[in-house]
Design a protein around this ligand. Sequence first.
Ligand SMILES: Cc1cc2nc3c(=O)[nH]c(=O)nc-3n(C[C@H](O)[C@H](O)[C@H](O)COP(=O)(O)OP(=O)(O)OC[C@H]3O[C@@H](n4cnc5c(N)ncnc54)[C@H](O)[C@@H]3O)c2cc1C
Length: 338
Amino acid sequence: MTESLEGELHVSRCMAVCEHDMADFSELLPGIDIRENAPLSGYTTFKLGGPCRCLISCSAPDELIRTVGSLTTTGVKFVILGGGSNVLVSDAGYDGVVVRFVSDRLSIEREDHFFEVTACSPLDKLAEFTAREGISGLMSCTGIPGTVGGAIAGNAGAWGEQIADVLQSVTLMDETGAVREADASTLGFAYRRSDIQQSGETIISACFSSGNGDRAKQMEERARILKIRAEKHPDLSVDPCIGSIFRNIEPTSAAGRRQAAGWFLEEAGALDMRVGGARVFEKHANIVVKGEGCTAQDVRDLVEQMAHAVKDRFDLELKREVRYLGEFEGEEHRDDFF
Ligand SMILES: Cc1cc2nc3c(=O)[nH]c(=O)nc-3n(C[C@H](O)[C@H](O)[C@H](O)COP(=O)(O)OP(=O)(O)OC[C@H]3O[C@@H](n4cnc5c(N)ncnc54)[C@H](O)[C@@H]3O)c2cc1C
């Protein structure tokens, strides 16, 4: 598609959302939680960001399929949000529809050596379930906030392991409302990325393979990981954040290892940096926390300052891991979602 066609498509879809009012959505989607001008600060772990025009919350696959189906047939563009633990929403918010796919329940079905999980399930509940049941492969997801869908979209993980390592297949809904099953090997998984981030498809559920692990050892390991996380990461109820801002640095040779962005940031003096109410977390130079009076623009400006410091000191371009939604002063692109 050419640039101008893409632009036209975007404008026509935006017009479609402007022409729709809340009554239309409520009629189209009876029984589904729909809110007008909902402040997105209430739905991200950073607790920052202005309102979206319309927030539709789904907590089960049938609700999601109905919602995405209705939006696509009426030509309304939307963004999908999970637990909001990897997204910075601008202070002006987002002038469009946001569909949240989040549940506080783990919904799982197990058959032989496979198990299927709905994408709205909390990731850490899945990690806990597998540890307790003696299923290996998902220990690295222990304590990571957000949903299974958000984790798959961004290939979340820790300590050199990532969720795609044990993923078999994903059930997706595309922008036309068609549902398909995709083998994990076709989804372009790499360090903290997948093709799903660009395709605009919505993850409905995921199928994992189950290896054998030792229950007692895994529960011990879980406790150990949670302890390390509590020591190194901010307590979200005191210091809201969205985890690591930048991706770690890819190795320059096949034999090399990924280097922590936090090390470069610390060496470049990031631990002393702050802009307005946003400050770098004192125990981890790759994390920004929300202080008093903090705005999303403060965070964006601090992130810029951190990246510049590393560029000046090491001639290294850090790449953002977190995604921006809405307009920010100084950002060329409207956001990272389209
Ligand atoms: C304290 C803290 C610690 C963290 N530690 C780690 C860590 O160790 N490792 C790590 O990888 N991350 C970490 N994170 C970041 C974050 O928790 C993960 O990236 C998480 O997997 C994001 O899931 P989410 O549901 O919150 O996604 P969101 O933040 O809601 O969304 C992120 C992206 O996924 C897309 N998405 C969400 N759901 C779906 C879906 N159903 N279908 C298609 N796309 C979808 C969104 O459109 C968006 O582009 C941390 C964050 C915090 C706050």
